[in-house]
Every structure is written in C-alpha cells, then in structure tokens.
Design a protein around this ligand. Structure first.
Ligand code: ATR
Length: 271
C-alpha cells in the first residue's frame, strides 16, 4: 500500500483525507492518505521522516507552504515563481515540489463557470500566497487586464509584472470595479468565524461580472451573497480546493480523478 499525506498545522479540519481516500477507493488504487499535524519547528524532521517511510507524495498547507521549499530536492518552475509548494511528489527517492493551487483555481473557474479567459479583464483582491499562485497562472492566458489590489500595496508591487498589471489600493479598486469581467477574492476576509467582513465594497459592480471567492467556509460568503444579489455569477472556493487536490492526485497517480464526485463529497461535509 502506498502512503500519501498532508502536513500542516492545524490539519484536523482538513477535508483532503476524505477526498483523496475516496478517490483511491473508487479507482481501486491501493493507497492511503493521512493528515499529519506538524509544528513549524519540526518541519525538517517531518519531511525527512516521510522520505524514510517511503511516502509516495504529500500535500502541504498552512503554515508550511513556503518553508517546505528548503527541504525539496527539486522545485518545479511554477512553484519557484509562486514561492510556495502545496504538492510534493517522491520521484525516485527525490522530493519534487509543485504548486497546483493557481492551476486548480483557473481550471475550476473555466470548467465550472464555462469561462473563456482570453480577452477577459480580471481583478485579484489580495497579494498573499494564494493570490500569487492565481496571478502567475492567469498570466499565462491571453487576458486583457490582470490587476491586483491589496491593503498593503508593497506586497503586491513586489511580485506583479509592471508592464502587464496595475496595483491599486482597496479604495481605488472599489471605484474601478465596473471595469472588470472577473473579480477574485484571495484574502481570508469573510472566512468563518468573521463572516460579516467584506474584502472590498461591491457598490460599483456591474451585472454579469463573475465574482469568485477562494473561501469555502462558509460556502457563500457575505461578499458572494451580495454579488449574487447584484446580478453577478458567483463561485465559491470549493472548486479551487477540489481541483488543486485533483491535480495533486494526478501528479501522484497519473490519473485525473472525478472532480464532480470530489465536489459532492466536500459540499456534503461543509453543507
Ligand atoms: P495566503 O497565503 O493564504 O494567501 P496570506 O499570505 O496571509 O495568506 O495573505 C492574506 C491576504 O489577505 C493578504 O492579501 C492580506 O493583506 P495584506 O497583504 O495587507 O496583509 C489580506 N488580508 C488579510 N486580512 C485582511 C484584512 N482584515 N483586510 C484586508 N486584507 C486582509
């Protein structure tokens, strides 16, 4: 039996074991996925121990996504660009670090919202690790605008390609909101238990904009609810969670799993 896992702190709430173990079972793959609670000061030991146990691959979550890079034998180009690893594959005894978060978000956006990205004008709210993953993935598409707004401007300015993207304050973005086809919240603002908070005001949102939130607890943030009331097409963070997991699963097994089944399982747990 092959061993897969997740390292993070905390991990007890994670839905990844459920999602991956169900996929292994339904595809008759002899493997098991376990969530390991790893304190930051034990990260190196944990990564070495997993190698000693011949673990076939693992996911990485908060707070280890950047720190774990140091313990990789090789890093994929996208992971290096994003500055974070969420998926590790044991390739002939070497740990190779990847990042499927950005690609997971984009696949979910295109497939679930039936969205064609070329020519779209996009605003990303936030400039943390999740924003970087989404930004660099979207940059590979022929979008007409890919702008970022953040509370701390310098954090966005540090990674954006200046010739391609404008950086705005949250207030400036609120004013310009009507210019965008897609608006994505990558911040934790509105996440349980602070469910009344909103990342930016939607007063200037135009009807039919796609509004996406990477938060999936609650399933409908106050921000998404308001966007829906204003006539936007909305998407929550379940899609990104499922697709980043499906892409990791594919790297480990060579098989792209049934994302509809994964999504149902996750919604059942969260609903
Ligand atoms: P992650 O790696 O999960 O994206 P992160 O690196 O902590 O998490 O980034 C969190 C994002 O949410 C950042 O854009 C952060 O803004 P700052 O860069 O100004 O810190 C944003 N964020 C978090 N709490 C916020 C709040 N109360 N108001 C506005 N933005 C907030």
């Amino acid at each position: 039996m092959k061993l897969f896992g997740l390292i993070g702190c905390p991990v007890h709430h994670s839905l990844s074991p459920l999602m991956h173990n169900d996929a292994f079972q339904s595809l008759h793959i002899d493997a098991h996925y376990h969530a390991f609670h790893v304190e930051p000061h034990m990260l190196k030991e944990a990564v070495e121990s997993l190698k000693a146990l011949q673990c076939a691959g693992f996911n990485v979550t908060i707070p280890h996504k950047t720190a774990v890079m140091e313990y990789m034998d090789e890093l994929d180009e996208t992971a290096t660009q994003i500055g974070a690893v969420n998926t590790v594959v044991n390739e002939n005894g070497k740990w190779v670090g990847y990042n499927t978060d950005g690609e997971g978000f984009v696949r979910a956006l295109c497939e679930q919202m039936n969205m064609e990205l070329s020519g779209a004008s996009i605003l990303i709210v936030g400039a943390g690790g999740a924003a970087r993953g989404i930004y660099f993935t979207l940059l590979k598409h022929q979008v007409s605008a890919l702008d970022i707004c953040n509370r701390t401007l310098g954090r966005a300015e540090a990674f954006v390609k200046k010739e391609k993207s404008a950086v705005y304050s949250l207030e400036q973005a609120e004013e310009r909101l009507g210019e965008y086809d897609i608006v994505i919240n990558t911040t934790s603002v509105g996440m349980y238990p602070n469910v009344d908070a909103m990342p930016i005001s939607l007063r200037n949102l135009k009807k039919d904009t796609i509004v996406s939130d990477i938060i999936y607890n609650p399933l409908m943030t106050k921000w998404l609810q308001e966007a829906k009331e204003k006539g936007a097409r909305v998407q929550n963070g379940v899609g990104m969670f499922v697709y980043q997991g499906a892409l990791a699963f594919e790297k480990w097994t060579g098989i792209f799993p049934d994302t509809k089944r994964m999504e149902q399982l996750v919604i059942q747990q969260l609903g």
